[in-house]
Structures are given as structure tokens and as C-alpha cells.
Design a protein around this ligand. Structure first.
Ligand code: MOS
Length: 750
């Protein structure tokens, strides 16, 4: 049957539709994981190790076990051993995705402070929390390393990082020769504080067993990732585990991997024979779900007098855990940003007594592009060139890492339209003062990869005889707006008004999709949803053509289009009938179809990046060391925009994360104790509305026929890429001070 493509009359995709889950979220109707109410529910509280390294010598659980309401205390002495530790694989792969290859409470070893060493289960949360304080543990503490400064000399070069997906060293051309022939050389080191995600909803899992069938309610970026990971750890078939997560209160990568508490909740529930809710405290969020690692990046640029790059060397040094070679892939996008024949990128790690770092929004690009884009600003200054002009001079016509063409681009348009909207030409004039404030303008390039998932993505669509439709896929909406966007994708493909379409996700009983990470959610889920909805539409049109009772009976398939919620003849819009009319006439309660999308392989011969350009205006009070961002403009080319409002919100949110990275966020490791010193929302600074300047988002249209059927490249993270560099470059423009350390603090400016 031919494909009907003319449904533009009912164009739902791209509309700035309000979030379909907005009302339940703001009225409290949305039920989050830790609010799951079950008969006989019990509560688990985790106890964390108080030393960063060593062994547990004794655990005395007697007093805790005797406390009111306590059902059990689990420690390494009585917790059942895990069946197998799955390898660390990023959650996009559709397989088990443990956050680290260490599982706690298997023996008496302590690798990091906060590591789970006991689980207390009681009939109320308060009683479990109280009893958790009664567990008495003594340790034989050994030497620990928790910050780079303690162990620079112990750095090693890993073969691969990021769950084995990224090589530890990449070389292209001859970086030495490129530096030798350079007329200008520039070397700079950039340092970054560790960061924690701090989603407002702390992570939680509620576990319930029914015989050998396990149901988990889990705050996760991927219900399937939880299902596979817990199945592997417990040694049960994944078909025996159902994972539900309808509402997730933010994640930013902190719920992308599956952390120990999810499996511990299941083990605890099996142990006490009752459902268990395990919710982490805010403080525990700093030692239970990974973090963006502290890091140091060194950039060496070689260029000719015209500013053309002859060499780029990019080295990164960061602490990882004692068991995984993890670093966020900071070098990947920076390698591909500019045309440069001679490149060398190297990751070096030191073993530290922290948990394995993990994805955090814009994982790698946020730091790697900070280093590169600040270095480019320094190079522009040395050459007395406009920073934007320098970037255009090094524009990459093809993907420099492979020589492949880009799947789509739009970077030049982002530079141009961003600069126009921001008023970049004013940068040519000397910086101005506004009272005590010195005003400066800065810019940076922005890019983020398009990561195709590695397995087929599936969805299901059903139309009911009452005229409504439901479309389903096992995706988690952790605040991204995917539920709303998928409603629009399905509505447009089915030719139905969005009010008649409902999207359901967050349940492993629904068709399988990968965890939504790496800004891939909208692209991969829309492909599956589109495919299912098109299949259903074509099936229903075929039925109408063959149905003697239908006004469309006997028409040619390609004469039929969807218009106003009806199947009609292309040249007679008042003809035809709705799906519902046809189903009712035939006594059919509903009709259903499935669809799948097989993503392009990672070896597809295209460079797949989303591009953008960032501009910022800052005011610096040099006497007080204060920085205020006054304006930010971001121009991005994210491919097809599914919802103009939620896409813009995502991009603005990302840009504010960049502001936050530039000026506020720092997890402070107290090296003496090996503990995070500011593990609270009071002391870990994140921006509030009062910190937010005017943020402008300019969308540059590009068509991409490679990444996925609708050409969606993703908006979740690119807003952050380059934003901090634009701010730091503006600070330099205002003050002449190069701050190479994030966050930019008052002290660093005084
Ligand atoms: Mo996102 S930090 O890639 O889950």
C-alpha cells in the first residue's frame, strides 16, 4: 500500500503545545516513584560508609534490629550475593547499564565514603531512619586518594573510557609536525570542579514481589535499563521483572545508569517478604548516583598567522574509581569542531576513592568545549582577530575525525543569526563601564553528538471506536517533554487532533525502547512512534478501501489523505469517514499496529553532530569579584523541532546549566576525610530564577535525512555546550582576566 504523505492540513509536529502532563505535575496529581502506595509497604534506609577507604572490622546491628518497627538490617554478612555483575555499558545500548562494576555489601571492603554498607528496613520511614543511626560500624581505614592533587604522579592512560565506548587515545596526522610548523603556539590548562546532578526528585525505587515476579517502580531515564540491570544482578530472567516509572522529577544523567539502590530495594523486599520503598536522601545523592568528575584539561594549539589551525593537542586528566576506567568523553566533540589535520587527544586517569563518575548533562562536551573555546578566544586575541572570524576561518566542511560529510550542519547560519540577534558587532568597540560594572561580550561554538541507539526502537498505536488513539513505548519522560512531543508525532501521522491522542510510556510492558540518554530520546522515540502510527493509518485506509460500507470503497490508495480527523479523497475533502465511524460500523472496538525503527549504525559514513553558537554579555564588578550574566543568546540547529515550546525550554535550560557551570556549581571534596563537603542544596549552588538573565534562543532550520526518519537531532544538551566558554570569554573581554578554572569564583577575580 502506498504511503500517504499529504497530511499537512493536520500538522501537529512543531506546534508549541503545552505539556500534556503539565496539569498533573503542577497540581500534585502526578505520582512519583517515592509516592507509590502499596498495601503493606515498608521503608528502607541506606547506611553509608564513613571512611573513604579500608575495611569494615565490625558491624553491630543489634540495637538497630531491636528498635521499634524494624523488620531487618542487611549488611555484607547477610545480604545475598549478587548473581553476576554486568559490565559497565552506557544505558543507550539497551542492555544492562550498571552505574559501576562494583556492587556494595558483598564483602567488607570500602572503596569510597558513602558507599552503601547496610540497609535498614522498618514499617515507617522515620523508624528506619532512626534505626539506621543505631547501626554501629568500625573501620580499619587505609590511605585514600580523592582529589587530583594527591596523586598526579600516579596517572595512567586507559585503553578506553566511558564504558569502553571511547578510546583512551586518538591521533590523526602528526601533531608534533603541526606544532613545529605553527607560527603561533598557545598552551593553556583548564580546571573544573566536580559537579553533581541535583535533580529535585531524589532517586528512589519501590520493589514488590509476587511469587517470583518482581515489580519495580523506579525513577530512571530508562525502565528497560533498570529491568536488565536488576535481572542480571539478581540472576533472574528479565521477563520476570516489570519496571514502571511514569513521572521522573529530573535526572540530568544521574538516573541514566542503574545504581545499586534499585537492586538493593528488590533484595530487601525479598528478604522481608513485603514491598519496600527505598528513597535516597539529598546527601546520599552525592555518593550514590555518580557525578561529573573533577578534571584538568590541557590544550595546545598551533596556528599560522592567518589563524588557521595546524595542530590541536587536547589532554585530559581526571580521577576515576578503583574499579572502572570512566571519564566523561570531553575530547570527542572538541576534536571535530574545526578543520585541523594534526590532532592528538589523550585521556589520563588516576585511581581515586570515589564512586565511578557518570554522565552528567552534556557529558564531556560541557568541559571539553569550555577548554577548546576559551583557547580559541585566546588565539583570536593573540592574532588580534575577531573570535567569530577565527572560527569561520577554521570551519570544518567535513567531519575532521573521519573525513565523512556531515549528516546536516547549519553552523555558519548559527554563527550569523546568533551574532545578529545578540548584536555581536558591538564587540568591536572598546568594553564599556556601567557604574562599577565592567561590561564584556563573549562567544563560543557549540556542538553535541547525535547518538543513534544500538538496537531497534519499537512502538504500538491503537485507535478506539470512540475516535481516540493511544500510542505506547517504554520511554521515560524525566521532564524532557517527550510525552507531549510524541503525542504530536502520533497525532500528525494518524491525522487526528492532538486532543484525541494520548501517549503512554514508563513501563517495560510497553514496546521496548532504549534509555533516553545523550539527547537521543526525541529522535529515537519519534522514529518508533511515527512508524507505528503510519502503520496503523495505512492499515485503516486499506480497510476502508476494501469495505463495501465505506464511502472510500474502491478508491485508489494514493487518492486518500487524512484531513480534519477523517480519511478523505484528496480532491474531495468533504468525502470519506473517520476511523471511528468505520470501526463502529464493523463492530470493531479498536484497531492496532506496531512499528519499529532500526537506527543507522555507529559506523554510518556521516558525521552526526548538532551545531550551535553561544553569545553572552557579562557585567563584572572587579572590586567585589562579582560576575553577573546580563544576556545570553544561543543559536542552534537541532534538526526537526517537534514542539517549539518544549524545545526552546530545553535549550534555555541547557544554557542556564552553562551559566551554572561557569559561575556556581562545585562539589567540594574534603580530601582529609574523602567526603563531599557541600552535599546539600543549601551549599551546592544551582541557579534560581533570580540568577537567570534574559536568554534568547534562535532556531536555525536544517533538514537531516540520515539521523532518523523525522530528522530530529535533539535539544536536551546542546544548550549547555559552549555556554560557559562564552561567559568566561565575556569576562575576559570585560576585565582582561583569563579565568581558566570553573566555576569562576569571587576569589579568582579578586
Ligand atoms: Mo544525558 S547526561 O547523556 O543522560
Amino acid at each position: 500500500m502506498s504511503t500517504v504523505t499529504d497530511y499537512t492540513a493536520d500538522t501537529a509536529i512543531g506546534q508549541p503545545l503545552d505539556r500534556v502532563d503539565g496539569r498533573p505535575k503542577v497540581t500534585g496529581g502526578a505520582r512519583y516513584t517515592a509516592e507509590t502506595a502499596l498495601p503493606g509497604l515498608t521503608h528502607a534506609v541506606l547506611v553509608g560508609a564513613r571512611v573513604p577507604s579500608g575495611r569494615i572490622t565490625t558491624i553491630d546491628t543489634g540495637e538497630a534490629e531491636a528498635a521499634d518497627g524494624v523488620l531487618a538490617v542487611l549488611t555484607h554478612a547477610n545480604l545475598p550475593k549478587i548473581a553476576a555483575q554486568p559490565p559497565l555499558v552506557p544505558s543507550l545500548a539497551g542492555a544492562a547499564a550498571p552505574g559501576e562494576t562494583f556492587f556494595p555489601m558483598q564483602d567488607d571492603t570500602v572503596h569510597y565514603a558513602g558507599q552503601h554498607v547496610a540497609v535498614v528496613i522498618a514499617d515507617t520511614y522515620e523508624r528506619a531512619l532512626y534505626a539506621a543511626h543505631l547501626v554501629k560500624i568500625s573501620y580499619a581505614e587505609s590511605e585514600s586518594v580523592t582529589v587530583l592533587d594527591q596523586a598526579r604522579d600516579q596517572a595512567y592512560e586507559p585503553e578506553a573510557i566511558f564504558g569502553g565506548f571511547v578510546p583512551g587515545r586518538v591521533e590523526r596526522g602528526d601533531v608534533r609536525a603541526g606544532l613545529e610548523k605553527a607560527e603561533i603556539q598557545l598552551e593553556a590548562t583548564y580546571t573544573f570542579a566536580a559537579n553533581h546532578h541535583n535533580a529535585i526528585e531524589t532517586s528512589a525505587t519501590t520493589a514488590q514481589w509476587d511469587g517470583d515476579q518482581l515489580t519495580l517502580h523506579d525513577a530512571t531515564q530508562g525502565v528497560t535499563a533498570t529491568q536488565h540491570t536488576v535481572a542480571a544482578l539478581l540472576g533472574i530472567p528479565h521477563s520476570k521483572i516489570r519496571v514502571i516509572g511514569h513521572y521522573v522529577g529530573g535526572s540530568f544523567g544521574g538516573k541514566a545508569m542503574v545504581w545499586h539502590h534499585s537492586a538493593l530495594a528488590a533484595l530487601a523486599a525479598r528478604h522481608v517478604g513485603r514491598p519496600v520503598r527505598l528513597a535516597l536522601t539529598r546527601e546520599q545523592m552525592f555518593t550514590s548516583c555518580g557525578h561529573r568528575e573533577e578534571q584538568e584539561q590541557q590544550i595546545t594549539l598551533g596556528a599560522d598567522h592567518d589563524g588557521r589551525l595546524t595542530a590541536l593537542r587536547h589532554h585530559k586528566l581526571s580521577p576515576t574509581s578503583h574499579f572502572d576506567h570512566w571519564a566523561e568523553p570531553s575530547l570527542g566533540v572538541a576534536e571535530r569542531m574545526y578543520a585541523c589535520d594534526n590532532y592528538e587527544g589523550v585521556y589520563r586517569l588516576i585511581r581515586a576513592n570515589t564512586m565511578t563518575p557518570t554522565f552528567m548533562r552534556c557529558p564531556g562536551e560541557a568541559t571539553g568545549l569550555f577548554a577548546l573555546e576559551c583557547a580559541m578566544d585566546e588565539l583570536a586575541e593573540r592574532l588580534s582577530r575577531d573570535p567569530l572570524d577565527l572560527r569561520l576561518r577554521n570551519f570544518a566542511e567535513v567531519d575532521p575525525s573521519t573525513g565523512n560529510p556531515w549528516s546536516s550542519h547549519g553552523l555558519k547560519e548559527c554563527y550569523q543569526r546568533g551574532a545578529e540577534r545578540f548584536g555581536w558587532e558591538r564587540r568591536a568597540h572598546p568594553p564599556v563601564r556601567d557604574g562599577n560594572w565592567m561590561i564584556g561580550l563573549g562567544m563560543a561554538a557549540s556542538a553535541y553528538p547525535v547518538y543513534p541507539p544500538s538496537n531497534p526502537q519499537r512502538a504500538r498505536a491503537r485507535v478506539y471506536a470512540d475516535g481516540t488513539a493511544v500510542v505506547q513505548a517504554a520511554v521515560s519522560d524525566f521532564g524532557t517533554g517527550v510525552t507531549t512531543a510524541m503525542t504530536q508525532v502520533a497525532a500528525e501521522a494518524l491525522g487526528l487532533p492532538v486532543e484525541q491522542v494520548r501517549f503512554e510510556g514508563g513501563d517495560t510492558d510497553l514496546p521496548n525502547v532504549a534509555a533516553a540518554v545523550g539527547s537521543s530520546g526525541a529522535g529515537m522515540i519519534s522514529a518508533a512512534v511515527h512508524s507505528a502510527a503510519i502503520a496503523l493509518r495505512d492499515q485503516l485506509i486499506a480497510q476502508a478501501l476494501a469495505d463495501p460500507g465505506s464511502p472510500l470503497h474502491g478508491a485508489a490508495p494514493d487518492a486518500v489523505i487524512l484531513r480534519g480527523g477523517r480519511m478523505v479523497l484528496r480532491d474531495r475533502p468533504d468525502s470519506g469517514e473517520s476511523y471511528a465511524e468505520m470501526l463502529r460500523r464493523n463492530f470493531q472496538p479498536d484497531a492496532e499496529a506496531s512499528g519499529a525503527w532500526s537506527p543507522p549504525g555507529r559506523d554510518a559514513p556521516y558525521g552526526m553532530l548538532t551545531f550551535g553558537a553561544q553569545f553572552a554579555e557579562v557585567a563584572v564588578d572587579p572590586g567585589l569579584g562579582l560576575v553577573r550574566v546580563r544576556r545570553m543568546t544561543g543559536a542552534f540547529a537541532p534538526g526537526r523541532v517537534l514542539n517549539a515550546k518544549t524545545a526552546r525550554s530545553q535549550l534555555m535550560g541547557g544554557m542556564l546549566w552553562g551559566l551554572s557551570q561557569a559561575l556556581l556549581e562545585a562539589s567540594v571534596m574534603e580530601a582529609r576525610t574523602g567526603r563531599w563537603a557541600n552535599a546539600s542544596l543549601g551549599e551546592y549552588l544551582v541557579p534560581v530564577n533570580a540568577d537567570a538573565p534574559e536568554v534568547e534562543v534562535e532556531l536555525v532550520e536544517v533538514t537531516d535525512s540520515v539521523v532518523n526518519p523525522l530528522g530530529v537531532k535533539g535539544v536536551g544538551e546542546i544548550g549547555q555546550a559552549g555556554a560557559a566558554a562564552a561567559i568566561a570569554n565575556a569576562v575576559h573581554h570585560a576585565t582582561g582576566r583569563r579565568i581558566r578554572q570553573l566555576p569562576i569564583t569571587i576569589e579568582s577575580l579578586l
